[in-house]
Design a protein around this ligand. Structure first.
Ligand code: C5P
Length: 209
């Protein structure tokens, strides 16, 4: 269908981004990595030396965000992810970013969004919701291997600690905490390779009611 709307959620480093990009190409959908919005707010706040724990200042930044701030290279990486997860806890920041995400989801041709609250808050009536998970250990292992392959020397234990902290912050915040929507399909990737994850997701999407 030309107006297919797919919501992909899950914790950091579960393989969401890889899956989402591939599905968007396969089903020919507009794709939005919503984490970039929060990363951009965090980076901007940092660049302006603002207090990331100040809700009013962070909300002002989020309201002023525009697509030119989503320049990808500077937003990748663990530090930006960390900043993002701090600013993402402010209700005002989330509210400011909601309209953009909802408009994106409604555009002609269909859309696929990935994040933490797409199935629960942004697109509660998505055609298919997939919650991608993997154990913290598996996610930390994958991230460690990925970074080491890029020539970074990182320690598994430290990455595991970061993964757990981010899970904790994202799951325990008062507004839009990380949790599967009631009607989301759970896709545990702990024991699956990328290809199998993709095939399983396609099966769920093709079997939609
Ligand atoms: O997915 P990504 O790692 O880019 O997300 C960075 C952070 O942004 C997450 O840890 C989370 O705190 C926040 N986020 C969110 N809601 C989304 C997407 C990301 O709260 N829809």
């Amino acid at each position: 269908s030309s107006s297919l709307l797919i919501a992909i959620d899950g914790p950091a480093a579960a393989g969401k981004g890889t899956l989402a990009k591939r599905l968007a190409v396969h089903y020919d959908l507009h794709y939005l990595d919503t984490g970039l919005l929060y990363r951009a707010v965090g980076r901007k706040a940092q660049a302006e030396s603002l207090d990331l724990d100040d809700p009013d200042q962070m909300t002002t930044i989020a309201r002023a965000l525009d697509t030119s701030d989503l320049d990808e290279a500077s937003l990748r990486g663990r530090e930006a992810g960390e900043l993002a997860s701090r600013v993402a806890a402010h209700p005002g920041v989330r509210a400011a970013l909601n309209a953009f995400q909802r408009d994106f989801a409604r555009q002609a041709g269909g859309a696929l969004l990935d994040g933490r609250d797409i199935g629960t808050v942004i697109c509660p009536d998505a055609d298919v919701k997939i919650f991608v998970t993997a154990s913290a250990e598996v996610r930390a292992r994958r991230r460690t291997d990925e970074l080491n392959a890029k020539g970074r020397t990182v320690i598994y234990e430290k990455i595991l600690e970061e993964v757990r902290q981010r899970d904790d912050r994202d799951s325990n915040r008062a507004v839009a905490p990380l949790k599967p929507a009631d009607d989301a399909h759970l896709l545990d990737t702990s024991e699956l390779d990328i290809e199998s994850v993709f095939r399983e997701a396609c099966r769920l999407i093709d079997a939609r009611e």
